[in-house]
Design a protein around this ligand. Structure first.
Ligand SMILES: C[S@@+](CC[C@H](N)C(=O)[O-])C[C@H]1O[C@@H](n2cnc3c(N)ncnc32)[C@H](O)[C@@H]1O
Length: 308
């Protein structure tokens, strides 16, 4: 099983985290261990790296890759929404840097039976965490038509959301990703199908986000991460679509400009403290060279802040 994954925006992440060889770092999204390996290589004997993933396959494979670093690396199977509690429990905080490279790994997309890809017929799963009680099958066969239409619109920006939801509900029970692709193709009029790539792309993204509550855990993870950092510690986040990037951008903005006083007030009376400073003012994107070598970097955006 090839778990290799070309780490996206690698040099930019390492630079953004400004790694101190004696520091403690958290990689919230171990995946294939690409970023973690490079962070671990920059640590000295005092340095520590804590790696999270909610996917047990990723943790096994990433763990093997990081084995040469021995006790410098700690692996934890958890959702990064729990970062504050986990770091507390390990007694390893406050930490000097946190990295999040969110979304699915190329390995999860390639693992045919996980149901992430619309190119392979597979059970309706799409769970990153194999213990999650909600799968794509639950969403598609049990949620109401209105609720399905809502997630397709909100998380997939799918303009045929209502029609696709109607076709899904009429074809219940759906068993496989192939059944879902067929329902989508039947719902979208033939003339409109060529717009925006594969007709199932937006629906698959939306169902995956719903199954894994990806936007909710991102919000909780960001709050936990800033609280886990020592003053001067850095938080670097890579996102792959506009819904996630908006959450990161707005959260960072709120930490840097927390004041909620009306614009006309001569002095601040709300007293909300500034939590962070921007390290990157604009999102960092892949260079031409990276885009040529790694198509996955096409939609990646990196934002970094420093805790006050
Ligand atoms: C894009 S991959 C990370 C790739 C990694 N940076 C590398 O270089 O190999 C994302 C990984 O994060 C995991 N993941 C996504 N959301 C998560 C969450 N909320 N909590 C824990 N792990 C998560 C996924 O299971 C997946 O393995």
């Amino acid at each position: 099983m090839d778990f290799h994954h070309v780490p996206v925006l690698l040099q930019e992440c390492l630079g953004g985290l400004a790694i101190d060889p004696a520091g403690t770092y958290v990689d919230c999204t171990l995946g294939g261990g690409g970023h973690s390996f490079e962070i671990a290589q920059r640590l000295g004997p005092q340095g520590r790296l804590i790696c999270f993933d909610q996917d047990e396959n990723a943790l096994k494979a990433g763990g093997q890759r990081l084995a040469p670093f021995g006790e410098r690396v700690t692996l934890v199977r958890t959702n990064f929404a729990n970062i504050l509690e986990v770091i507390d429990h390990l007694g390893m905080g406050p930490v000097n840097g946190v990295l999040m490279d969110i979304g699915v790994s190329s390995h999860q997309l390639d693992e045919g039976d996980r149901g992430f890809s619309f190119h392979q017929d597979a059970p309706l799963d799409m769970r990153m965490d194999q213990e999650n009680p909600v799968s794509a099958e639950t969403v598609l066969n049990e949620w109401s038509e209105a609720e399905i239409a809502r997630i397709l619109w909100e998380y997939g920006e799918e303009k045929w959301s209502k029609r696709i939801a109607q076709f899904i509900v009429n074809r219940r029970p759906l068993k496989t990703t192939g059944d879902l692709v067929d329902a989508i193709k039947a719902a979208i009029p033939a003339g409109a199908r060529r717009e925006g790539g594969h007709p199932a792309r937006r629906t698959f993204q939306a169902v995956r986000i719903a199954v894994n509550d990806e936007l909710g855990v991102l919000e909780r993870g960001l709050e936990g991460a800033i609280q886990s950092l020592a003053p001067g510690g850095r938080l670097a986040v890579i996102t792959f679509h506009s819904l996630e990037d908006r959450i990161v951008k707005q959260t960072f903005h709120r930490w840097v400009n927390p004041c909620t006083c009306p614009p006309g007030f001569p002095v601040c009376v709300c007293g909300k403290p500034q939590l962070a400073d921007h390290v990157t003012r604009k999102p960092v994107t892949a260079t031409e060279g990276e885009l040529e070598n790694n198509p996955r970097s096409r939609s990646a955006k990196l934002r970094v802040v420093e805790k006050r």
